[in-house]
Design a binder for this molecule. Structure first.
Ligand code: SAJ
Length: 408
């Protein structure tokens, strides 16, 4: 049986490799980071995720292998990062291009090259096809290109890998059906076959849709604050309407997807993306809004020293250890710009020290502060909410039921 070589063993590649192996496929996971590969070989997971350990154990007993080398194979799944350039907001395809080149060095004729990484619409035509052709390969004969964007949500990845619908973008239906066959080994959701550009675009607009909807909730929070209305009560009532489903306001939008992908559209269609750009700006303004709420509370209670403020939560959302683009990091950056140094930080999911004044122990953290700002609704704080009742609390995630808590 031919193997599937999964390239990039991060948040998407690793669970994908494991679930393929669980379904009985021969899988080798490849990553250029040798310490990550060694950890996996030693049986240690590189991030925490519900159900991932079980999946890992099953994949191990089914013979999954990990390596820093690209394998000779018929099928490759590329799940490497696709960062964006901060200034231009455009996607930087360097890791995908480099992975494609390394695949071309070793692949068999007729190989199926599946790109799962999120890419901006047009990336395959603009960057990947020319690269393959430059190397003298004929697309459709030597190499078949596929874009199968992932859709799983951190915190519920294993479940969603099996149950979400998927998109397969291809140049021809025959290959599309083969890839559909591969994914249906573990995916019970509907698998839609389309062309590559539509697959690229649909992925990016899914995240943009969510960004816009979160921005609406955040704008409502600001409106309600001005008039001293309870935004959560208002959203709850509005959502009783059968065709209304407003999301929840919060301290900002983080993660490597929703806060990033809409920028690809803004970068590529600057004259056409008014709504999308405005939504991005609203969500990006939220850490600043939290900062102004902190200032209000400090003034009201005559607290002058910012080091009496503690931010609870560093990750970009609850019950994950991922800090990419997190609203708390955005907030700290803003504080630094305003020369407000010394704010205290705690997150039970972040085990290494990544910011100044970060505490590793919750009680020590509480002992140092007068104001707790809940930035992330980890189960840990929900379970320990009694411990912060004697503090001033700014609850940006609406988890506190006691009426003294300040809200967004
Ligand atoms: N957030 C709010 N209010 C809400 C919901 C979320 O402020 O009502 C915030 C979260 O706190 C977080 C951010 O938005 O900071 C994003 O979190 P999320 O849970 O909405 O989404 P992600 O970034 O973890 O995952 C998204 C998902 N996409 C969609 O829901 C359309 C996931 O399915 C994708 O696979 C993933 O992006 C990706 O990789 O593209």
């Amino acid at each position: 049986m031919s193997i599937v070589n999964v390239i990039g063993l991060g948040y998407i590649g690793l669970p994908t490799a494991l679930i393929l192996a669980k379904s009985g496929i021969k899988v080798v996971g490849t990553d250029k980071n040798s310490s990550l590969v060694n950890s996996l070989i030693e049986g240690k997971l590189t991030f925490e995720e519900e159900g991932l350990m079980e999946l890992f154990q099953t994949a191990q007993s089914n013979g999954i292998k990990f390596s820093t080398d690209y394998q000779v194979a018929q099928t490759y799944i590329i799940a490497v990062p696709t960062p964006y350039v901060k200034e231009s907001k455009k996607l930087d395809p360097k890791y995908v291009i480099s992975a494609v080149n390394s695949v071309l060095d070793v692949c068999e004729k007729g190989t199926k090259l599946i790109i799962e990484s999120t890419i901006s619409p047009g990336t395959i035509d603009k960057h990947i096809r020319p690269q393959i052709e430059k190397r003298g390969y004929t697309i459709g004969e030597d190499v078949h290109l596929i874009h199968a964007p992932e859709r799983i949500i951190p915190g519920n990845m294993v479940y969603e890998l099996e149950h979400n619908s998927r998109t397969i973008g291809v140049d021809n239906l025959e290959i599309g059906n083969k890839i559909k066959g591969l994914y249906s080994n573990f995916c019970n959701g509907e698998i839609v076959i389309t062309d590559i550009r539509s697959a690229e675009m649909s992925k990016v607009i899914e995240n943009t849709y969510r960004d816009i909807n979160i921005a609406f909730a955040n704008e409502l929070a600001k409106i309600c604050r001005t008039d001293n209305l309870d935004v959560y009560e208002i959203i709850k009532i509005a959502n009783k309407h059968p065709r209304v489903n407003i999301l929840q306001p919060g301290p900002g939008v983080g993660g490597h997807c929703i806060s990033v992908d809409p920028w690809f559209l803004v970068g590529d269609y600057p004259d056409l993306t008014n709504l999308i750009l405005t939504a991005r700006k609203i969500n990006d303004s939220m850490p600043g809004f939290v900062l102004s709420r902190i200032r209000d509370i400090m003034r009201q209670h005559k607290i002058k020293d910012i080091s009496k403020v503690g931010l609870y939560g560093l990750t970009y959302k609850e019950n994950v250890d991922d800090i990419r683009e997190s609203p708390t990091l955005q907030l700290i950056e803003r504080m630094d710009e305003h020369l407000a140094f010394g704010v205290k930080i705690f997150d039970p999911y972040v085990k290494s020290r990544i910011v100044e004044h970060q505490f590793m122990n919750f009680e020590d953290f509480l002992n140092e502060i007068e104001i707790v700002v809940i930035m992330v609704a980890h189960d840990h704080i929900i379970e320990n909410v009694e411990l912060i009742k004697n503090k001033l609390v700014l609850d940006t995630k609406n988890i506190c039921t006691f009426k003294e808590a300040f809200k967004l």
